[in-house]
Design a protein around this ligand. Structure first.
Ligand code: BES
Ligand code: ZN
Ligand code: ZN
Length: 503
C-alpha cells in the first residue's frame, strides 16, 4: 500500500473516497475556507447537531450529484484536547474506513492544527493509517478466514493539502520516515503476539539471525553453554526451569563505519513466557505473559528499521531471552546467584525474573562502551498499577536524556511519565547473604526494580529504564491497534535514534 502527497485544489469530494477531519467547535465550518467547496454536503448534518465532530465520531455517506464519491467525516474533538496520539487514531480511523468500504484508493485531507506544521499532521496521519491497515500474520488454517483477514484492495492513499501555498518540502521523505516508524512498530507487535510455543528463546534468536543476514548486521548469539561459561548467572538461573534453553542475542548496526564513536545501546527484556517460575502466577496473572518479551521485540524491530533506513548511527542491541518456568532445574527463592557483573544476588521471588536477565543484559551492553544506555522492559505490575495503560514509566538520573525521551515520545504519540530512582528506598534491596536482593517490599515495586537495575549500570553513562508493563498490551482495541500487543516504545526509540544529534 502506497502513501503519496498531493496538493491540488479539490472542488468537491474526489472519487472514490475523501476524508475530511472536523473539530468539535461551533462555527467550525465558517473558519475553514479550504473546505468551503465541501460545505454544502455536511452543513445540514452539522447544523442539525446530528454530527458534532467529537473525537473519533465518524460518518460516511455516498454523495449525490455527479461526484459519485464517498465522503467520510472524522471528528478531531475539541482543539484544546488534540494530541499527537489522538491525531494518529484519527488517521487510523480514516484509513480503516476506506478499507472497510473496500475501495482501492482514497484521499485524506490534511486538517489545520494550531502550532503544528502540516508536515507533522501528515506524519501522524501516516502512522495511524499504516498501523490500521496492515494486517498482522495469524495462524488460521481455514483458507477462507485467512483470506478474509488479509484481503486488501486498498492500494493508494493520498494525503491531500487543500490550501494554495504548498506548506512542505520533501513530503515523500516525511511520509516514508513516518511510515517506517509504523512498520517497525508492526514488526514489534507481530513478534510479541506470537504464541510462546512458537516464539521461545532459540526461535527468537533464529528470527534475529535472519534479520541480521538481511540487513548485514553483526550478530552474536550466546547459547546456554556460553551463558554459563561467561558467568551470566541471571539469565542462566531464570532460563533454568524450561526445556527451551536461554539465549542472549547481541545485534550491532554500524551506520558510521569510519568513525570510532560510541554506540547507543538498547537492552530489551526477552522473557518469552513468564509463568512466574516456582513462585507461580495465578491463571489470571499469566494471561498475556507471552508478551513478556515485548522489550526485546522493540529492540529487534528498532535496530532492523535503523538498518533499513540506513541511519548514520552506531547501535548495539542486547536481548537476554529466557522462558520463566518451573522445571526441575528451575531457580528457587533463597538461591544466591552470581551475575555477569560479578555481583551476587539473593533471589526472593522467582516472578521478579526480568531484572535478573536485564542485569546481565546491561553488563553485556556496557562492554560496548555505549554513549547512552536505554533498557525497555515489561518489568513490574506495580508500574502498570501506577500509570495505567497509557503511560510508560521512565527512570533516569540524567535530566537531559529523560526530557529528550519524554519529548520524543510526545512527538510520536507515546506517553512516558518520570518516576524517581529514589535513594530513600535503597535499603529495600539490601541482603544479609549476598550483595543485594533483587526486590524489596510491595510498596514502590517499580522503583525498587529500577534501583536494582541501577546497581549494574556504571554511573557516568547516561542510562534510562523504560517500564512498559502497563502499555505493552491493549485489552481494548482502538482504530490504530487491535486487542493484543501494542509495540509501544518502537516509535519513540526509533525516532530518538533518527534525530539524535550524533546522527
Ligand atoms: N512480567 C511481569 C510484570 C508484568 C505484569 C508485565 C503485568 C506486564 C503486565 C514481571 O516479571 C513480574 O511478574 N513482576 C512481579 C514482581 C514482583 C514479584 C516483585 C510483579 O510485578 O508482580
Ligand atoms: Zn515475573
Ligand atoms: Zn516478567
Amino acid at each position: 500500500m502506497n502513501f503519496r502527497y498531493k496538493n491540488d485544489h479539490m472542488n468537491g469530494p474526489q472519487k472514490p473516497a475523501t476524508v475530511i477531519f472536523l473539530y468539535d467547535l461551533p462555527g467550525n465550518l465558517e473558519s475553514r475556507t479550504e473546505i468551503s467547496s465541501f460545505r454544502r454536503y455536511f452543513n445540514p448534518l452539522m447544523d442539525s447537531g446530528a454530527y458534532k465532530g467529537k473525537f473519533l465520531e465518524c460518518v460516511n455517506f455516498y454523495t449525490p450529484f455527479k461526484d459519485e464519491a464517498w465522503l467520510i467525516l472524522v471528528g478531531l474533538g475539541k482543539p484544546e484536547d488534540l494530541t499527537e496520539a489522538r491525531m494518529i487514531e484519527c488517521g487510523a480511523l480514516a484509513a480503516g474506513r476506506i478499507r472497510e468500504l473496500n475501495l482501492k484508493e482514497g484521499f485524506i485531507c490534511l486538517p489545520p492544527v494550531d502550532n503544528w506544521s502540516y508536515a507533522k499532521v501528515m506524519a501522524l496521519l501516516v502512522i495511524g493509517a499504516r498501523l490500521a491497515i496492515e494486517k498482522l500474520e495469524n495462524l488460521k488454517t481455514n483458507p477462507e478466514e485467512m483470506r478474509a483477514s488479509h484481503s486488501q484492495r486498498l492500494k493508494n492513499l493520498f494525503f491531500h493539502y487543500l490550501g494554495s501555498k504548498d506548506p512542505m518540502e520533501k513530503p515523500q521523505t516525511i511520509i516514508n520516515k513516518a511510515d517506517m516508524l509504523a512498520m517497525a512498530q508492526l514488526h514489534a507487535r507481530t513478534l510479541t503476539d506470537l504464541p510462546p510455543n512458537v516464539l521461545y528463546p532459540e526461535s527468537f534468536a533464529g528470527e534475529a539471525k535472519k534479520l541480521a543476514l538481511k540487513y548485514k548486521l553483526r550478530i552474536s548469539v550466546w547459547e546456554s553453554d556460553k551463558i554459563q561459561l561467561e558467568g551470566a548467572g541471571g539469565i542462566d538461573a531464570v532460563g533454568g526451569g524450561s526445556v527451551h534453553e536461554p539465549n542472549l542475542v547481541i545485534l550491532e548496526y554500524d551506520g558510521k563505519p569510519d568513525s570510532t564513536e560510541a554506540p547507543i545501546a538498547l537492552v530489551g527484556k526477552g522473557i518469552t513466557f513468564d509463568s512466574g517460575g516456582l513462585c507461580l502466577k495465578p491463571a489470571d496473572g499469566m494471561a498475556g505473559m507471552k508478551g513478556d518479551m515485548a522489550g526485546a521485540a522493540v529492540v529487534l524491530a528498532v535496530i532492523s528499521a535503523a538498518a533499513e533506513l540506513g541511519l548514520k548511527q552506531k547501535l548495539v542491541g542486547v536481548m537476554p531471552l529466557a522462558e520463566n518456568m518451573t522445571g526441575s532445574r528451575a531457580y528457587r527463592p533463597s538461591d544466591v546467584i552470581k551475575t555477569l557483573s560479578g555481583h551476587t544476588v539473593e533471589v526472593v521471588n522467582t516472578d521478579a525474573e526480568g531484572r535478573l536477565v536485564l542485569a546481565d543484559g546491561i553488563t553485556v551492553a556496557l562492554k560496548y562502551r555505549p554513549s547512552i544506555l536505554i533498557d525497555i522492559a515489561t518489568l513490574t505490575g506495580a508500574c502498570q498499577v501506577a500509570l495505567g495503560t497509557q503511560y510508560a514509566g521512565i527512570f533516569s538520573d540524567d535530566k537531559e536524556l529523560t526530557e529528550s525521551i519524554i519529548e520524543t515520545g510526545r512527538e510520536v504519540g507515546e506517553n512516558f511519565w518520570p518516576l524517581p530512582l529514589a535513594r530513600e528506598y535503597e535499603d529495600e534491596i539490601k541482603s544479609e547473604m549476598a550483595d543485594f536482593k533483587h526486590m524489596g517490599g510491595r510498596a514502590g515495586g517499580a522503583i525498587n526494580a529500577a534501583l536494582f537495575l541501577k546497581k549494574f549500570v556504571k554511573s557516568p553513562i547516561p542510562w534510562a529504564h523504560l517500564d512498559i508493563a502497563g502499555v505493552a498490551r491493549a485489552s481494548k482495541k482502538t482504530p490504530s491497534c487491535p486487542e493484543g500487543s501494542t509495540g509501544f516504545g518502537t516509535r519513540t526509540l526509533l525516532r530518538y535514534i533518527m534525530k539524535n544529534p550524533l546522527a
